[in-house]
Design a binder for this molecule. Structure first.
Ligand code: ATP
Length: 265
């Protein structure tokens, strides 16, 4: 049973959409604790919609992108994982685990910098075991040129070579690419600007992606650099995005056939 302090929900585990509702309520709770911005609720809804038409599972294209992303993170000199409110609310423990396995710090980077939000997210990450959290010391922050939103304020992203940006807004991805960074995106929307601009786009739900990434990272950690490089060289992001779009088309076509059968029976 999911219950949060304000009794937003009493969802029994037997509910057919239990998993989806569980994460929806993490987002609501996150908003109550300042971790998630109001707009984060809408972003989550957009994600849910794409997840629905993707079939709510990690497809082959996503698995391929995950492998390439992990290889790129392991080969990076200074990798960093950018964290926003939704990600912190949904998967704080998994963020910390991935950060430890690939040896990359977590950097809080927000579009909406309401007073108290950075601290709220920092607390969530610390509670999940994070030690090296960047983006929390105002005096260490610098600005990324060419970006007008609050996302321009960074601590270590400017010095990183590979940046993982889960649930990103397109503006920053574009700017990060322009200043020569390698960008790994996790975005359920295969046609967002982030997805199109990133070097590696994992089109999947962050709640499923991170556990897979952690498992893959544990394996690839022991693989030599040449092999990691060949995984990256053999990966084609454009082709992979097209594969995800085809997955959506196939899934919707299948639903066209089965949806009404269910109602009739
Ligand atoms: P663009 O990149 O085209 O500019 P945007 O800036 O409007 O898009 P936002 O709403 O800021 O996009 O970003 C949220 C993105 O995160 C959406 O594309 C949404 O599909 C995606 N998203 C939301 N929840 C999840 C999730 N749980 N896992 C992966 N992606 C998600």
């Amino acid at each position: 049973m999911i219950t949060n302090k304000n009794n937003h929900s009493d969802v029994p585990k037997t509910h057919p959409r239990y998993e989806s509702l569980k994460y929806r309520h993490r987002i609501i709770e996150g908003m109550e604790n300042l971790v998630v911005a109001e707009a984060g609720l809408i972003a989550h809804g957009r994600g849910e919609c794409f997840d629905y038409i993707l079939g709510e599972k990690t497809n082959e294209a996503a698995k391929r992108a995950i492998k390439a992303a992990v290889a790129m993170l392991l080969l990076a000199k200074k990798p960093v994982i950018s964290v926003n409110g939704n990600t912190a609310a949904l998967v704080p423990h998994e963020l910390v685990k991935l950060s430890n396995v690939i040896d990359a710090p977590l950097e809080i980077n927000l579009f909406y910098r309401k007073v108290g939000r950075i601290n709220a997210i920092k607390n969530v990450l610390e509670k999940a075991g994070a030690i090296d959290i960047r983006g929390i010391n105002e005096e260490k922050m610098v600005e990324i040129e060419g970006l007008d939103s609050n996302r321009r304020l960074v601590e270590s992203i400017q010095n990183s070579d590979v940046i993982m940006v889960p649930l990103e807004d397109g503006d920053r991805t574009e700017v990060l690419k322009r200043i020569g960074k390698k960008v790994i995106a996790v975005d359920l929307n295969p046609i967002s600007r982030t997805s199109i601009w990133a070097d590696i786009t994992i089109i999947d739900n962050i709640v499923r992606t991170l556990p897979v990434m952690i498992a893959v990272a544990k394996k690839l950690k022991h693989v030599d650099k040449k092999e990691l490089q060949s995984i990256i060289d053999n990966f084609n992001n454009r082709k992979n995005i097209l594969l995800s779009l085809e997955t959506i088309i196939r899934h919707v076509k299948r639903q066209k056939k089965v949806a009404f059968k269910i109602v009739k029976n």
